[in-house]
Design a binder for this molecule. Structure first.
Ligand code: PMP
Length: 408
């Protein structure tokens, strides 16, 4: 599978990649935290502000109509990208965190009672832990955790036994932001559905690495952020099955989400507007659609393949360094590699790499319970995107070698 552009052409699309950091060419390997934006996204947002700025769904005038059309076209792009059945199932939010909080609140209000159970996994990002904990506190419900192995593979047998008649919802990550594990979400959904339990999939680290097909996964909710999929920040998607979304109460009130307002009673708008109170981030939504179009044009399978080959290179190079420990060795993983070089503190290593121009993430990666599971206070995470090069991966491996030599 061939990318539609050469690596030189791709890198030219991302001007920030030619930054010099501390006098060295930037090696950006923090794509799990946020991805860089191609000119195709930057330009469309600039063009929008220059030519088509007005409030969406608010006016009968020319500009408002034009921007509303483009906003709804962006919704269609997002729908097609994840293969949702209809546009009304695509809610634009501020991002993954906002989407999970929306579901935890709205679903919780409708369905969760004292003594009920919410099931998440032990490898969740704080964004898929804390909103459910808050719900459990509000409703006196219980949070239950699916364990995982040292390799970073979810224990599906344990999962089966954790599903009870009190389980109201399962919320799992598609891909672990620390371990890179791709979880068997289709199987997880099928098992939950056998018990009539809905499933939310946190797609923050899944959407950018390959093909997400929500119809095939059959999940009830799928959430992701624009900024992790080469789009702008402050925008994200909450996909929900229409039947489910129709049953849920809105979680925010305001303009656009209403059908009729009187001081006595308000009726709500239809999907998706019922969940989009106030002026939405329409510029962001249109920018996100440009990012999704960019990936589609490049070839999504080819993007995934390139990332796999860079991951293999990084894994081989880092594994060959004495004393290195790699966290997350699941057979099915994306281009994320977390590690600790011997007993060297992750922050020291991260700061030395930074001086070499290499950007990695250090710390807990917003997954403190996962770090506790391994008995560590944090690690180093290199997260690789299709625009990274073999030379950049080599630079990381050489950099870590240097770090380990410095601390001998
Ligand atoms: N879930 C996962 C798995 C993530 O990696 C992240 C971002 N690090 C989030 C949720 C939260 O995403 P955001 O900060 O864009 O809302």
């Amino acid at each position: 599978m061939q990318l539609a552009k050469s690596i030189e052409e791709i890198r030219a699309d991302f001007p920030i990649l030619s930054t010099m950091a501390h006098g060295k060419p930037l090696v950006y390997l923090d794509n799990g935290a946020t991805t860089q934006k191609p000119l195709q996204v930057i330009n469309v947002m600039e063009e929008l502000y220059r030519t088509t700025n007005a409030n969406v769904h608010r006016g009968v005038h020319y500009l408002s109509d034009r921007v509303s059309e483009r906003y709804e076209a962006a919704r269609e792009t997002a729908r097609a990208f994840i293969n949702a059945r209809s546009r009304e199932e695509i809610i634009f939010t501020a991002g993954t965190t906002a989407s999970i909080n929306a579901v935890a609140f709205s679903f919780g209000e409708r369905y969760v009672r004292e003594g009920d159970e919410i099931l998440i996994s032990g490898m969740e990002h704080h964004a898929n832990i804390v909103p459910w904990q808050m719900l459990c506190e509000r409703k006196r419900a219980k949070l239950k955790i699916i364990p995982f192995s040292d390799e970073g593979v979810l224990d599906i047998e344990a999962y089966r036994t954790l599903l009870t008649e009190r389980t109201r919802i399962v919320a799992v990550t598609h891909v672990s932001n620390v371990l890179g594990t791709v979880n068997p979400v289709k199987e997880i959904v099928a098992e939950a559905h056998r018990h009539g339990i809905p499933v939310l999939v946190d797609g923050a680290q899944g959407i950018q690495h390959g093909l997400v097909d929500v119809t095939d996964l059959d999940c009830d909710f799928y959430v992701f952020s624009g900024h992790k999929v080469y789009g702008p920040n402050g925008i994200g998607v909450l996909y929900g099955k229409a039947d489910m979304l129709n049953e849920l109460p809105p979680y925010q009130g305001g303009g656009d989400m209403v059908a009729n307002v009187t001081f006595e009673k308000t009726t709500y708008n239809v999907l998706p507007f019922k969940f989009e109170a106030g002026t939405t981030n329409f510029t962001g939504a249109i920018g996100l659609a440009a990012a999704l179009d960019y990936l589609s044009a490049l070839g999504r399978e080819a993007v995934a393949q390139r990332e796999q080959s860079l991951l293999a290179l990084a894994t081989a190079g880092l594994s060959a360094i004495d004393g290195i420990r790699i966290y997350g060795t699941a057979p099915h993983k994306v281009s994320v590699i977390s590690f600790l070089p011997g007993t060297i503190h992750q922050l020291d290593a991260g700061m030395i790499l930074d001086k070499m121009g290499i950007a990695v993430r250090t710390g807990t990666h917003c997954a403190q319970p996962l770090m506790e599971r391994y008995g560590i206070t944090g690690n180093i995470r290199a997260s690789i995107a299709f625009y990274n090069t073999e030379d950049e991966v080599e630079a990381l491996v050489k950099g870590i070698r240097r770090v380990t030599e410095m601390f001998v």
